[in-house]
Design a protein around this ligand. Structure first.
Ligand code: ASP
Length: 405
């Protein structure tokens, strides 16, 4: 896709967002009638994820030339993930201490959301580790459980590369498979304006009338303000990393915006992954970086989610009048980071792993009830930041590769 094309498409996607907001809020429940357009787009994107991810990671590893480079590449990637998630959590804690959104919020009548708790209990910390290896790869793919697929693809890529000449046909096969997948993604991207429109109109339509929505938001208004301003600050911090560390201009942001806006519409980093990789390709990101950093990032690098989890836990503590000292806030830093790593790249996954944070810090689980009404809304913003964090990571690793190899 050339530059003019992609800019034009971005404009249409933004028109889709505005039209979706307008239709959703103006027509309310009736707007749900166009939600199928969004579902179609989401399903199409999701359909591309598994074959794209497997072929991208395998060919990413084989294109490294020397697999020993993988160690350093992974180290830089993981350092980037941890540093940025850490900054995100600190921003979340700073904002929540500054704004104190929970003070005075009523917790009367809150009940434990059993479905969320059950989902969380099925996914404790040891399960996060266990889930890295799937006994059945096809089963993992069927459940869009990406981590085992990534681990298998990296291992298989290393195996093919280690075979030398014998491995070449397989390496070429996955390379060409991946090119085919990328072409498919660029076709699907043309459907994004309508898909984004359908997703946003459907979502906001389902939220009920404007008054009902505003009422729900204003009940926890300061929490929304805290999270959104924290995410806004982190977005800017990431942009600064892009300029200073990755040495890129803000044109990169413009190129990646199609993916960031799609993340907003789908609330899923995983579903957005095909577009994230495609935009990074158009931005000239080295294939070794985009094929490795972006798939891994879409499942474990979640700055927005980590910021949200830290801010939300503190919000609940404030609402219950519980003072959390520095020690407990440090525990929040660690657990929010791990909970974000453990969260899947699907809508509202962060709400489920939030339970882990609350349990470790000893906060009342009923507090989740305060977040439920607006979570779907905040999820969109944190998913956009998650995808932006991955995109900046790909640019940082690109810079590293340029300098070192
Ligand atoms: N929806 C988020 C994502 O896909 C995860 C979450 O924070 O709920 O990145």
């Amino acid at each position: 896709m050339n530059e003019r094309h992609s800019l034009g498409l971005l404009v249409f996607i933004l028109i889709g967002v505005v039209a979706g907001l307008f239709v959703g809020w103006y027509w309310g429940a009736a707007a749900v009638g166009v939600a199928w357009l969004g579902k179609l787009f989401l399903n199409t994107l999701s359909m591309l994820v598994i074959p794209l991810l497997v072929s991208a990671v395998i060919s990413g590893v084989t294109s490294l030339g020397d697999v020993r480079h993988l160690g350093r590449l992974s180290a830089v990637t993981v350092v980037y993930y941890f540093v940025t998630v850490f900054i995100a959590v600190l921003i979340g804690l700073f904002m929540v201490n500054l704004i104190q959104p929970g003070v005075g919020v009523s917790t009367a009548g809150l009940e434990q959301p059993d479905d969320v708790i059950r989902a969380a209990q099925e996914r404790g910390f040891e399960d996060i580790l266990l889930s890295m290896i799937a006994p059945n790869l096809i089963g993992a793919a069927a459940e869009t459980n990406l981590l085992p697929l990534i681990i298998w693809s990296v291992a298989f890529g290393i195996a093919i590369a280690s075979l030398g000449r014998k491995g070449l046909p397989a390496a070429r096969f996955f390379e060409s498979f991946n090119e085919g997948m990328m072409l498919l993604v660029s076709w699907v991207m043309y459907f994004a304006p309508i898909g984004v429109f359908g997703l946003i109109a459907g979502m906001f339509g389902a939220a009920g009338s404007t008054e009902a929505f505003v009422e729900k938001i204003s009940a926890v208004g300061l929490h929304v303000v805290t999270v959104l301003s924290g995410l806004g600050v982190h977005f800017i911090v990431l942009a600064a990393i892009l300029l200073l560390v990755a040495g890129r201009s803000l044109t990169y942001l413009v190129t990646m915006l199609r993916a960031v806006v799609t993340a907003f519409a789908t609330a899923s980093s995983t579903a957005t992954l095909p577009l994230t990789i495609q935009c990074a390709k158009e931005a000239g990101i080295d294939e070794r970086s985009r094929r490795f950093v972006l798939p891994l990032g879409s499942t474990i690098n979640m700055d927005g989610t980590a910021l949200y989890e830290a801010a939300a836990a503190m919000f609940i503590a404030q609402a219950y009048g519980l003072e959390l000292g520095l020690g407990q806030q440090a525990v929040i830093v660690v657990t929010a980071t791990l909970a974000a790593i453990g969260a899947a790249g699907i809508p509202q996954a962060g709400l489920v792993t939030m339970i882990i944070v609350l349990q470790v810090v000893g906060l009342p689980l009923e507090g989740i009830g305060l977040l439920l009404a607006v979570d779907w809304f905040l999820d969109r913003f944190r998913t956009s930041v998650n995808v932006w964090g991955d995109a900046v990571g790909a640019a940082v690793v690109h810079r590293y590769l340029e300098k070192r190899f």
